[in-house]
Design a protein around this ligand. Sequence first.
Ligand code: NAD
Length: 511
Amino acid sequence: MAIIEVMESSGPRRRLRARSPVSLEPIGEFECATAEDVRLAVERARKAQSDWARLDFDARAEVLYRLLDQFVQRQDEVIDAVVQETGKARSDAIALEVYAPCDALAYYAKNAKRFLKPEKRRIHGLLGLAKKLRIVYEPLGVVGLITPWNGPVALSVVPLAQALMAGNAVVHKPSEVTPFSALTVKRFTEDAGFPPDLYQVVQGDGETGAALIEAGVDKISFTGSVATGRRVAEACGKRLIPHTLELGGKDAMIVCADADIDRAAEGAVLGSCMNTGHYCCGTERVYVVDAIYEPFLAKVIERTRQLRQSDQGESDVGAVFWDKQLDIIESHMEDARNKGAVVHVGGRRNPNLKGLYYEPTVVSEVNHDMALMTQETFGPIVSIMRVRDEEEAIRWANDSEFGLNGNVWTTDTERGFRLAERVESGGVCINDMAMTYGIHEAPFGGVKNSGLGVVNSEAGLRGYCHAKPISADRRGKGKIQGGYPYTVKSEAGMQKLIRFWWGGRLGRWFS
Ligand code: NAD
């Protein structure tokens, strides 16, 4: 039974119906915005943006703090909306969809002023004697935000906070799998007294997302799969729109011989199963050195067996959010089994629950001929591969088209840093996992096929701006240096200056 179904519609807008992955019952219908709806939304946003950009940082922060108040006071509304349409565990919803947005709103409201204040920069060398330089950070205009279903609130509000503090308006196309979480955020912004049209939501699927790129936006902030990311990049390329792409991952975990086995086993299970494994920085491959392989595997099996999966009350591992993802998980597991993988725990749909539940799974004897170790599985599966030593672990970790994050487990932190530097990924955690997205001081972005550009941190915030250099003469009077008329004498003088300035140590030292 499809979670998202196309319904009959009499008007120009396609109509979709969403089902709960927990009960499989319908939870609501929504209309997809047409290309014209999206174009009009961008037009309205542009008007709202010109007033918003005139506000100073404190005034913008005030508005964000009011949204933060909504999140703090109405946590259950967010949790209920997200759990209803995704089936994720309540604790996952609190950590990802309430804590993370609150932290981002507070961080950028407080720090944007510091990160984006006009900067004086010293000019090097000869030009510095004559000129001064100032950089101002101007908003880009209207940002098109396109988001996935695995973190429907966090992955919307974190970039929203940055785009707004930088002085932009935002038109947001959420995933068709999670339309109601987006409406909750929209309702909060209205109740927080956001200026009209500063943040708008256009519902729909890929067609609406494609229309947003064509609708005259000034930047696209995209989070989603590699395949869609490529299409988004092509469309942005045609229109020369700046874009960031936060794409899929296949994070590797490296467990060294000196790792704290208890902590590492706990990290493997949590890293692989949190958010039902639907986490871009989720642990998808575990490489364990031979010396501790057996006790590590035994601990992971023991801990995974303790996980509770339920559609009522307390539960550790929630439902798979979308039937299409369940198909991928099942096909990867079938492929792995056919190629000799050994399933220790789980490895099947939960027969006791009606909804889309896949049992927390531990699988070993895996290798890189299996989709489970090379493609993004996005399910609650701990896939463990035995390696000879850390060198071999690094080789396999880097044998991937993805490079989002990764983690290294060792009791020698300095050694951890050295190994982390050799992992080809956008970021690495030592003795923890999936933390980098939540640390706002850290620029977040993938390498290889995992993305383009960075979000979060000072660098991510500045990505929502045009950094405009403004230069001026120090004195601002008299003749322009190097101006007309060009003469033999002035040319000879210029060449002499070049020889003097860069031909010897003194000039090079000054430059
Ligand atoms: P997806 O690529 O299918 O969809 C993402 C969004 O793009 C949705 O809103 C979708 O409607 C829209 N879309 C689809 N076709 C489009 C088109 N042609 N033009 C414009 N928009 C279009 O991804 P998904 O299945 O929703 O999300 C899961 C993926 O997201 C996973 O690969 C996961 O790793 C990745 N992800 C990455 C990060 C990160 O920060 N790197 C974070 C979360 C999720």
